[in-house]
Design a protein around this ligand. Structure first.
Ligand code: OTU
Length: 652
């Protein structure tokens, strides 16, 4: 949009920059800047317009974009242009992701290259490498306490290794996802050190206070993220002689985004990693970006404005780079991170589907799908050109973040039900095979979360210990059942490293001085490559899981209706153990697929007349695309095996 005031400011800024950038071919940059500047200016002045240094900061903002554009390598600029043309590229069903810790998976960034073949063998073509920027050893929060945003942890490699890996992945048509930890820095970061040393400029990068007045006000309404290991939201720094806001661990200082210098610095970091060849950036803890007294300091309107501004600026420099919102918040709040009041994504193109994740765990514990179906019914429809990241496990704990009203609608009391689920997964019941470990128990609120590897949570650890073959099969069945949903639901499936070979809990963190108190380390494994090699030996657990997942991914690739164009219809069915939805193709009506999943340990049946038109087509004319054969249908009643699933389609 053209608007006089912002454009005359832009002209002035560009005139001042002229000498520096006159040598360059900036056609694309200018076109994109022109298109986005009105929005950028509006957002920037809405956030920072009242400050006396506003114009100076606006100039720095444009300079930052211009410099980053000049530094953007030609192959990446080409990709930007290709993706501008094929703008829905990431909604295609061909993308299948895996999140992994580089240290635990391959040992180092350079070793990653030789492991790419393993990922490709499985069918994974999007790799989220967990944060690998420099952190102080010991006080690293698994990579989320960054002390230098432009340097890689020397134990994992050098920047050059990263660039080589990015180029190698590009050749293989694999996408690279990296983290940018936007909300906070380590207390060892240069800014924090200088704040400590008394530099006012850097104290203003954080929320620091000489006494408890402001902290006490904030504390009245702020929840605690790590109540056991890091209670409270402020930490006294004896050297600085000030309180500093530390929402996560006491060594993670929250950045103050009401200071435009902070926004510009972090935009520069985002563009820096986009220029290193990251296709997708995972923006950590985005719900926390804005702090306001009297609020929970999560999901504030301004947090969204910051993300919109980040997106608008990044589109000028690196429009091919996508953002993932990591906002593990209530369903109605998550959806806003795609951007509100917009048709296409205006904040992040991709968001973690934490709602689906938590609901799936509920269905595993209860063996019924009442809450799962209810929760998905209430999940708001997302924007076009936006997609979910569907996952069951990741490097974090499982929070039961579903909606209380949905729990009630499913016929349970919220508190009792949540307690039941936690107790189930932490193995408090006789009949539970789960080996979860409690995380983040809050004495005051009674709130708790769960750690544990996928395999251990669904009973594989228990079954192996007992030598119970039936229980082993049940655990394998549940791992595959959950992945069947990730792969067919709509969105990018994000597997978690180790789950493809049934990796169990690793309790060694308990001996580790700095990790002992953080049970999330129980599910951040070192891959045992000897065990991974068993994936080629029929009969082994590794073989059963790996081959089945590989097959499922290959079949997904062939089903166009599995691309994500808001083309899913939930089908409520009477049998409480089944979860059913239809995926349809927008152009080819005949290509509809009916997905039915059984969360029970016994076979379950579905009268296909309950599934609309499927009732009439049923007789002998349906094929299970996944199994590659006709499903069990007896007089229009479909039988789904224990923990089984089918992807039904009309035979051609
Ligand atoms: C994120 O976590 C990361 O994924 C965690 O590994 C980090 O510890 C944390 O940020 C701090 O950087 O902020 O929006 O239950 O789910 O802390 C959600 C805890 C987050 C995590 C939560 C999450």
């Amino acid at each position: 949009m053209y608007e006089q005031a912002s454009h005359s400011l832009l002209n002035e800024i560009l005139n001042r920059l002229k000498e520096e950038i006159s040598e360059q071919d900036l056609r694309h940059f200018y076109t994109r800047l022109g298109a986005n500047f009105y929005a950028i200016h509006s957002l920037f002045s809405r956030l920072y317009g009242k400050r006396p240094d506003f114009e100076e900061q606006a100039q720095r903002l444009v300079e930052t974009m211009a410099r980053a554009y000049i530094q953007r390598a030609e192959p990446l600029r080409q990709i930007d242009i290709e993706r501008e043309k094929d703008y829905n590229w990431f909604l295609h069903q061909k993308w299948v992701g895996m999140a992994l810790y580089c240290g635990g998976f391959s040992g180092s960034v350079s070793n990653m290259e030789e492991k790419l073949a393993y990922l490709q063998e499985l069918g994974v073509n999007l790799v989220h490498i967990m944060p690998l920027m420099q952190c102080p050893p010991g006080k690293d929060d698994g990579g989320y306490a960054v002390s230098d945003f432009r340097r890689i942890d020397p134990r994992l490699g050098q920047l050059a290794d990263m660039q080589a890996l990015a180029a190698n992945m590009r050749q293989r048509d694999m996408l690279l996802t990296l983290d940018v930890v936007l909300n906070h820095t380590s207390d060892a970061h240069d800014w924090a050190q200088r704040a400590r040393a008394g530099e006012k400029k850097y104290q203003d990068y954080y929320y620091t206070y000489a006494n408890r007045n402001v902290p006490d006000m904030f504390e009245q309404s702020m929840p605690e993220v790590f109540p056991e290991t890091s209670p409270g939201n402020f930490t006294w720094d004896p050297e600085m002689k000030r309180w500093v806001m530390t929402v996560f661990n006491s060594y993670q200082w929250d950045l103050n985004y009401s200071n435009p210098a902070v926004f510009i610095e972090m935009l520069d970091v985002v563009l820096y990693w986009a220029n290193q060849g990251a296709d997708i950036l995972r923006l950590d803890a985005v719900a926390f970006l804005w702090k306001k007294i009297g609020s929970t300091c999560q999901n504030e309107r301004e947090a969204h404005l910051i993300l919109q501004l980040m997106k608008d600026c990044s589109q000028v420099v690196a429009p091919g780079t996508l953002f993932i919102a990591e906002a593990i918040v209530a369903p109605v709040e998550v959806i806003k991170y795609f951007g509100e009041d917009a048709v296409i994504a205006k904040e992040c193109e991709i968001a973690y589907n934490a709602t689906l994740m938590a609901l799936l765990w509920d269905a595993i514990a209860t063996k019924n799908t009442k809450l799962l179906t209810q929760g998905i019914t209430s999940l708001p429809v997302k924007l076009e050109r936006a997609t979910w990241l569907n996952y069951v496990r990741c490097h974090d704990d499982i929070g039961l973040g579903f909606d209380n009203q949905d729990i009630e609608r499913a016929g349970y009391d919220p508190n009792t039900h949540r307690k039941y689920i936690i107790d189930y997964f932490t193995g408090q019941f006789e009949d539970s095979h789960a080996r979860g470990v409690p995380f983040g128990h809050n004495e005051r609120t009674g709130d708790a979360r769960i750690s544990g590897s996928l395999a251990s949570l669904v009973g594989l650890e228990f079954a192996i210990e007992k030598g119970d073959d039936r229980a082993i099969d049940d655990a394998i069945g549940q791992i595959l059942l959950l992945h069947n949903i990730l792969l067919s639901f709509g969105g990018i499936p994000l597997l978690y490293y180790g789950d493809e070979i049934g990796t169990l809990n690793d309790y060694s963190y308990r001996e580790h001085a700095e990790r002992g108190g953080d049970s999330r380390w129980v599910h951040r494994p070192q891959i045992n490559w000897e065990r991974a090699a068993l994936r080629s030996e029929p009969g082994t657990i590794e073989y059963k899981l790996f081959t089945a997942l590989k097959h499922m991914i290959a079949v997904r690739n062939e089903i166009d209706a599995f691309a994500d164009f808001n083309n899913r219809q939930l089908i409520p069915v009477r049998n409480p153990h089944l979860f059913a939805y239809e995926r349809y193709h927008l152009q080819q009506r005949g290509d509809t697929v009916l997905v039915v999943s059984n969360f029970d340990s016994k076979p379950q049946s579905l009268d296909l007349d309950e599934a609309g038109a499927w009732g009439q087509t049923a007789y002998g004319r349906l094929v299970d695309l996944h199994a590659g054969q006709s499903p069990d249908i007896i007089n229009n009643t479909l039988v789904v095996p224990p923990f089984g699933f089918c992807w039904l389609s009309e035979m051609r």
